[in-house]
Design a protein around this ligand. Sequence first.
Ligand code: BYC
Length: 475
Amino acid sequence: MSIDYSQKIPNNVNLSNDRTLQRALEHWQPHFLDWWREMGPHDFASADVYLRTATGVDAQGWASYGAVKMPDYRWGIFLADAIPDRRIGFGDSYGEPVWQQVPGEFRSQFRRLIVTQGDTEPASVEQQHLLGHTCPSLYDLRNLFQVNVEEGRHLWAMVYLLHAHFGRDGREEAEELLARHSGDADKPRILGTFNEPISDWLSFYCFTYFTDRDGKFQLKSLAESSFDPLARTCRFMLTEEAHHMFVGETGIGRVVRRTLQVMKELGTDDQQALRGQGVVDLPLLQRYLNFWFSSSLDLFGSEVSSNAASSFANGIKGRPDETTQYQDHICTDATYELETPDGKGGLQKESVSLRNAMNEVLRVAYVRDCEIGLKRWNMQIQKAGHEFRLKLPSTRFRRSIGAWANVPTDPEGRIVAREEYERRLPEWLPTPADRTYVTSLMQRVTEPGKMAGWVAPPDRGINNLGLDYEYVRLS
Ligand code: BYC
C-alpha cells in the first residue's frame, strides 16, 4: 500500500480508519517534536538538508530526495507489504498462521523487546546531538542528519506498535521512550552502548559501523517474528539501516585512505609525525575499533539466556534469515558448544540447549559480518605496502554482559591478571590523550566540496550529485 502523505501522520496502515489510534498518536506527535527540538541535532533546525524520504515501501518506490528542514521531516508509519498466507517460521508454533494481534500470554515479552528496540533509536540521536558542529564536510553533515531523521522514524515505528497493540501500557511506554535520555544519571537508556557519548566523528563512524550493525541483526531477527506487524515494520526499517552502515564503513575507509596518503607523503608511520599532519594513525583507529566493537558485542545479551530461549520457543524473535539459513526451525533437541571461563583462570567447555544459545548464534553471525569491512580496509593498507593490519579483538575482550563479563583478557582473548589488564588498557583502548587529539581534529568544514584534513573525500556524492553540491544549506 502506498504512503499517504496527506495525513498529519504519514502512513501506509490506513490510520484514518482507526480514529482512537489516530488521536492517540496525534497526541504523542507534539511530544516527539518537542523531544526532537531539545535532544535532536543541535542548532540546525533552519538548515535545508538534502534528505531522502520514503515514498513507498517497495524497492522501486523507496526514496525521493530534496531539501527539507529537519523539524519538517515527514516522520510516519511505514510497514513493508504483508506476505500473503505467511506462516510462523520457528519455535513451538512452527507452521501455524502468523498473528495480527499479540497473544495475551506473550504480551509482556513482546512489549519488553519492542521497548528495548524503540529505546535505542532516540538514544542514538541524543548521543549525536552536538556532532553537527564539528562536521568534516557538508556531505558528512547531511549523512549524519539522514541517519538522525531515520532513527527518529524508527522510534515512530515502535511507538506505533506500542499504541496499536498494547493499550494503555503501550501509551505509557511511548511516553517513557521520550523521558529516558542517553547518559542521564537518573533515567539512562536501557542498553549500555546507547549511553556512551559520541562526541567525535571517528566514534560516529565506528558507531554506525558496529552498533548500527547490531541493529541490522536484531531487526533481522525481529523481522522473522510471528507477530506480523512487528515483522513488517522491521523489514522496512532494515532498508533504512543499510545506509547507516554504509556511512560507517565508508567513513572508516576514508579515514584509512587519508592516513595512508599522508604516510606515503611523509614516508613514515611514526605517530608523532602523523599527528603533526593531523591524521588518525592506524593504531589509534584500532583502539577506537576495539572500544566500539566490544561495547556493541554486549548488545546481544548473555551467551546463555532463558529470555532468548523463550523468545525463540514462543515465536517472538527468530534468527536472522531463519527461513533461508537453517534447516531445523524448532531446535528442541539441538545443542550448542560454548567455551566459557571456569572462574579459576582457565576455560571450560559447556554444552547448552541451542534455544538458550540464540544470543550467541546472533553474535557469531554479527562478528562474521563485521569482518567484511576489516577486509576492505586492510586491502587498502596492504595495497599501500604496509604490514599493519586492523583486527577485531576477541569476543571475550572487555565484556560487561554474559559469561566473559569482567573477566580480564587481552584483545586476543587470553585471560590475563587483573593488574596486567589495567596496566595495558592504554595499548588497547583510546586513552584520554587519544581522545584529546581526536577532538582537536574535529574542526567544522562547511564549504561545499571541501573536506577536513583527517578524512579523504568519498568516492561519490549522494544520488548522483557531485561532491561539491551544497548538501546542507546553512542559513
Ligand atoms: N546493556 O538474557 P539476557 C539498534 C539486560 S541496535 C544493558 O542476557 P536477552 C540501533 C537485558 O535487557 C538493536 N543491559 O539478554 C543501532 C536483560 O534485562 P531484563 C536494538 C543489557 O534479554 C544504532 C538482562 O540484561 N534492538 O537498533 O536475551 C542506532 C538479561 O538479559 C544488555 C534490540 O536490542 C546491555 N548491552 O537479550 C540506532 C532488540 N544486554 O529484561 C538503533 C530487542 C542485556 O532482565 N532486544 N541486557 O531487565 C533484545 O532482543 C534483547 O533485549 C537483548 C538482550 C538482545 C538486548
